[in-house]
Every structure is written in structure tokens, then in C-alpha cells.
Design a protein around this ligand. Structure first.
Ligand SMILES: Cc1cc2nc3c(=O)[nH]c(=O)nc-3n(C[C@H](O)[C@H](O)[C@H](O)COP(=O)(O)OP(=O)(O)OC[C@H]3O[C@@H](n4cnc5c(N)ncnc54)[C@H](O)[C@@H]3O)c2cc1C
Length: 306
């Protein structure tokens, strides 16, 4: 019998052409480089396409996932039996008005940092080296060295999963440490307010943050950044894991980084299951030895078995 999602694929394909693909391996869309296929993979090129798809998937009760640059997710080896939405070209715009900047969701965060620094706007320097997209950074409230992207957001524009368009000024309480509380919002763009700064100071700060990152993190290896949230602001998960001697711990080809204990790095041949089981092992050891529960920061997509 034909799978329901195959029927859905044919229907969407006839409407959107090659923007709709089926059984697409997600490993090449994630920084871990692991994971199985998405049943449907669609790249809407405009807001009207996105609106159609979101309403369609919601009405048909098809699970869907909005993918950014895949730098904070772990996709299961069996993939995702649903639809992955990857925002396309129309979501890559940046525009400036004095010290205000609109950036669409598919803009790489690093491009935004470069563009704002080129205009001598200060604020984003600490976000240097975070490899995600603007959309993913908003959803995760990405940040580093005491700064987070939410500090600079003045407006977010997007859709709710029921298709309702939104354009709101978020409140401080809408953001959490590494998160945004409204799970049903898909960001299409955001307005940021930065401050006029001095070009040489911005350049120096960017170089310093970049050097700090290269010194303390396994930059260039396959990872998804910090695996666990810090249990408390003054209690880094990395320190807890390191103090328990877990650097270098491995399952299969997944290793706890020897450079940063809260990073898991995937060596060639690693599977999502290796990474998942290593996460579980770290959680268990930390809980047994300290009583602390380490909550994952990375998003798990698909089914994982113990
Ligand atoms: C080497 C390395 C270093 C890192 N360093 C840091 C760091 O210092 N600080 C930090 O905070 N993070 C860090 N990260 C993690 C990651 O880069 C950030 O969380 C980033 O913001 C995720 O963006 P993304 O586009 O890759 O999102 P994805 O990984 O694709 O998705 C993450 C989540 O965002 C959601 N999402 C994506 N786009 C949208 C959208 N348009 N609307 C609604 N939801 C959306 C997804 O559904 C998912 O739930 C690091 C990762 C790596 C690999």
C-alpha cells in the first residue's frame, strides 16, 4: 500500500516542483553529519509558500520541523517520518536603517555579524563563531560570553503553526536561557537594534572572541556545540563533566571532546545512536555522582532507543 506521506509528496511536488524532495538524508544538513532521511524535505522560496505548507501540514496532521543550518540538532539514524522545512532564498535578506537591521531567518548568523561590523555597529561581536542561522539563533536564544541574541531583538515576524501571521515586540519573559517560550512560532525575520561603535574596537573584539573560541572549543570538528545546558549560570555543564574525568569518554565513534567537555564530537563512522548513548551515559554518571540533571541543549529529531 502506498504510504500516506508518499501521496502527500506527490501532491506537494505537483504544486511546488523541485522545491519538494522525498527521503532526503539529513546528515548533510547537520553539523554532526549523522542522521537518516526526512520523508519530505521542502524548501519554500517565499512567505506565501511557507504559509501554504504550514497550514497544509497542520491541517493534515503531518509532523513538521523547521530546519536552520542544523548546528544544534541530532537527527536519529532512522530519520524523521514527517516533513522538514528548510527556508530558501527569499529568507536571506538583510537591510539597514541607521542602527536598526532587519535580517531574515536563513541569513547565516556569521554573515550578520560581518555585515553589522562592516557598518561599525556594535553588539553582535560575542556571537562571532556561532555557526547557525538567524532563525535558529532566535529559537535557541543563541549566545556566548554573557551575551545573547535576544538582547538586541526589537521585533520578530513570522507565523504560528496554525498559519496566523505575527509581528510582535517580544518581552524579556518570552526568552529563556537558550530558548524562546512560544514553541508554535516560525520566525521569518527579525529587527535588531545595535549601537554605533568604533570600527577598530569592533574588529579587535571580534578577533578576541574568535581566538577564545578556537582556544576552548573543538572548532572544525563535527559537533553541535554545547550538548547540555548549564544547570545554573555559575555552574557550567562543561566543568561538571570535566571534573568527573569524562573528557575522551566514547561510545562507538562519538567522543567527549578533549578540548571542551560539553562538546561531543563525531568521528568518521559515528552514528546518531553513538552520540545519543554517550549523552545518556554522561547524564547518568553526572546524576549518580552529583545528583545534578543535565538537560540537553541540542534538539533531538526522530526516534531514539535506549
Ligand atoms: C562549533 C559550534 C559552536 C557553537 N557555539 C554556540 C555558542 O557559542 N552559543 C550558542 O548559543 N550556540 C552555539 N552553537 C549551537 C548553534 O550554532 C546555535 O544554537 C544556533 O543558533 C542554531 O542555529 P541553526 O540555524 O543551526 O538551528 P538548527 O540547529 O537548524 O535548529 C535549532 C532549533 O531551531 C529551530 N529553528 C530553526 N530555524 C527556525 C525558524 N526560522 N523558526 C523557528 N524555529 C527555527 C529548529 O526547529 C530547532 O528547534 C554552536 C554549534 C557548533 C556546531
Amino acid at each position: 500500500m502506498e504510504r500516506y506521506l508518499d501521496k502527500v509528496y506527490r501532491e506537494l511536488r505537483s504544486r511546488f516542483g523541485e522545491a519538494v524532495q522525498k527521503d532526503v538524508s539529513l546528515s548533510r544538513y547537520t553539523s554532526f553529519g549523522v542522521g537518516g532521511p526526512a520523508s519530505i524535505f521542502v524548501t519554500p522560496s517565499s512567505e506565501s509558500h511557507l504559509l501554504f505548507l504550514v497550514k497544509f501540514f497542520t491541517r493534515e496532521q503531518i509532523p513538521f520541523f523547521v530546519l536552520g543550518r542544523g548546528t544544534n540538532i541530532l537527527v536519529s539514524d532512522s530519520g524523521f517520518d514527517g516533513a522538514v522545512i528548510s527556508l530558501g532564498e527569499d529568507f536571506k535578506e538583510i537591510s539597514f536603517e541607521a542602527n536598526l537591521v532587519w535580517a531574515s531567518s536563513s541569513v547565516p548568523l556569521q554573515h550578520l555579524v560581518e555585515q553589522t561590523s562592516m557598518r561599525s555597529l556594535t553588539g553582535f561581536e560575542a556571537l562571532t563563531g556561532i555557526p547557525g542561522s538567524v532563525g535558529g539563533a532566535l529559537k535557541m536564544n543563541a549566545g556566548a560570553w554573557g551575551f545573547s541574541i535576544s538582547q538586541f531583538v526589537r521585533r520578530i515576524v513570522g507565523l504560528r503553526k496554525n498559519g496566523e501571521s505575527i509581528s510582535i515586540t517580544p518581552k524579556e519573559s518570552d526568552w529563556t536561557y537558550r530558548g524562546f517560550v512560544h514553541n508554535d512560532i516560525i520566525f521569518t525575520k527579525a529587527l535588531f537594534e545595535l549601537q554605533p561603535g568604533k570600527a577598530d574596537e569592533i574588529k579587535t573584539a571580534i578577533a578576541e572572541y574568535s581566538a577564545r573560541r578556537h582556544k576552548s572549543q573543538p572548532v572544525g570538528e563535527r559537533s553541535a556545540g554545547c550538548v547540555f545546558k548549564n544547570p545554573e549560570p555559575d555552574m557550567p555543564a562543561a566543568k561538571i563533566i570535566d571534573q568527573l574525568g569524562l573528557k575522551g569518554e566514547r561510545i562507538g565513534e562519538a567522543y567527549v571532546s578533549s578540548k571542551h567537555a560539553n562538546f561531543i564530537v563525531a568521528h568518521p563512522g559515528a552514528t546518531a545512536r553513538d552520540i545519543y548513548l554517550l549523552m545518556r551515559k554522561i547524564q547518568k554518571i553526572v546524576r549518580d555522582k552529583t545528583g545534578i540533571y543535565l538537560e540537553p541543549e541540542i534538539i533531538l529529531l526522530g526516534e531514539f532507543e535506549e
